[in-house]
Design a protein around this ligand. Structure first.
Ligand code: PLP
Length: 475
């Protein structure tokens, strides 16, 4: 028989017992020794040491060295209401004190999950009266793959299994999420995509629209969907999925002609239309959901992130009438679900978060005040020698760093080694108190929706300074 060693002889336990007293250096060493981070080169991280973020308030973060940083990425596109919302913490505390968890299997439910389902039906487009809860965007998209295929079985068309997505899309990191996504680097590491998922090009005007107006290119890019449907066979296609604005791909804003034409094609071939609103949902583009701005009517919406402003994990699928009625009326058991589907404490956080978005008119402010201000600021940054072009939509934006500017987006000369300049710029930003993300040499922002006009000015001033520092090194 073996005996357990005394607790005190376990170094990790001892360290975990006193995290408050740890220096930045000690935290970095423990981090490097034990913590595998998402999407991270760990050998490089070991050299640098992770930056330890310890506190957030409003649109600001503080690291363990006391540096104050303006968060241009809302955590990871999610802290829509901003940091330091004690009312969300209070709502979660109250719920945890009453009923921290109960499942929604076996004919049970809980109060916050029901209240949130009704509230989501109220804030989303009218076809959505039902929700299926998950804990993340990846799980939401996995659920969508299963739900779409189940729908077509019930509709008597089980051969409709193929889902069409887009290159450079991001739909999560689970097997189905990464397969739906169009990131070559993710596919390469896991024999992906799984069968039944195919991709078309992205509606990226700067990349593919040379010689065309934006409107013409939008129609051309939507036409790739019709070509793929005909190639696969219209009888085999179950659904098309896309982000209204591609976030992780680099804030790729499609021409205004794109989504209405996608809608027309989906209608023509009777294909389900899925909007991945994990980033665009809950106000990012100045509407509650991105499909409302882009002018299409999805059958399913994936959401996560902004539903709780990231305070606790929650995601889900808004299920439109067409799919919901088939599942409910013809379906019997849908053999799918997660332990934490409808987690009461997570739903309590979402209820309070949505109340904040509503009472502070944060979505309306993005549409009328902060979004237009960011657009004007980014347009002004195009005067900088390093910025070839800039685009924004609501409170999401991107700046392309180029070696030589041109008369149009298609005439700019890119840097020879993409990534290096973007990474350099991102480092200057972080070191100078502002967070932007680099996607290749495109610098992107998606700040909290609570960011004020004055704070946008402060962020853009710091961005300009860091562009100068970057320029000085690449000239
Ligand atoms: N879909 C989109 C559009 C996303 O941007 C993300 C995450 O960034 C996901 C899905 C995956 O969400 P999660 O990381 O919560 O699994």
């Amino acid at each position: 028989m073996t005996t357990n060693p005394p607790l005190a002889s376990l170094p990790a336990v001892a360290a975990a017992a006193a995290p408050e007293g740890l220096s930045t250096c000690a935290l970095q060493q423990l981090d490097s020794a034990h913590y595998l981070h998402p999407f991270t080169d760990h050998a490089a991280l070991r050299e640098r040491g992770a930056r330890v973020i310890v506190r957030g308030d409003g649109v600001y973060l503080w690291d363990s060295e006391g540096n104050k940083i303006i968060d241009g990425m809302a955590g990871l596109w999610c802290v829509n209401a901003g940091y330091g919302r004690t009312s969300i913490a209070d709502a979660v505390h109250a719920q945890m004190s009453t009923l921290p968890f109960y499942n929604s299997f076996f004919n049970t439910t809980n109060v916050p999950a029901v209240q949130l389902a009704a509230l989501l039906a109220a804030v989303s487009p009218p076809q959505f009266q039902h929700v299926f809860y998950t804990s993340s965007g990846s799980e939401a998209n996995d659920t969508i793959v299963r739900m779409v295929r189940r729908y077509w079985q019930l509709a008597g068309r089980p051969e409709r299994e193929v889902i069409i997505s887009r290159r450079n899309a991001y739909h999560g990191s689970t097997m189905a999420g990464a397969s739906l996504g169009g990131m070559a680097g993710m596919h390469a590491q896991g024999s992906l995509p799984i069968p039944g998922i195919v991709h078309i090009g992205q509606p990226h005007y700067a990349e593919g629209g040379r010689g065309m107006s934006e409107a013409e290119f939008g129609l051309e890019a939507a036409g790739w969907l019709e070509a793929k449907i005909l190639e696969v066979g219209p009888d085999k296609v179950a659904a098309f999925i896309g982000e209204p604005v591609q976030g992780a791909g680099g804030v790729i804003i499609p021409p205004s002609t794109y989504w209405p034409e996608i809608q027309r094609i989906c209608d023509k071939y009777d294909i389900l239309l899925v909007s991945d609103e994990v980033i665009c949902g809950f106000g990012r583009l100045g509407t509650w959901f991105g499909c409302e701005l882009m002018g299409f009517r999805p059958d399913l919406i994936a959401f996560a992130k902004g539903v709780t402003s990231g305070y606790v994990p929650l995601g889900g699928v808004l299920v439109g009438g067409r799919v919901a009625h088939t599942l409910i009326d013809k379906g019997g058991d849908f053999n799918h679900g997660f332990t934490y589907s409808g987690h009461p404490s997570a739903c309590a956080a979402a209820l309070e978060n949505i109340r904040i978005l509503q009472t502070e008119l944060l979505v309306e402010r993005v549409a009328l005040e902060t979004g237009p201000h960011l657009k004007a600021c980014f347009a002004a940054l195009v005067a900088h020698p390093l910025v070839g072009h800039a685009e924004t939509c609501g409170l999401a934006g991107g700046l392309n760093l180029v070696r030589r500017k041109g008369a149009s987006v298609h005439d700019c000369e890119a840097f020879a080694s993409t990534h290096a300049v973007g990474m350099l710029c991102r480092k200057h930003m972080f070191d100078n108190g502002v967070i932007m993300r680099a996607v290749g040499d495109r610098m992107i922002v998606a700040p909290p929706l609570s960011m004020t006009v004055a704070q946008i000015d402060e962020m853009v001033e710091r961005i300009g300074y860091c562009l100068d520092l970057t320029l000085a090194e690449v000239q």
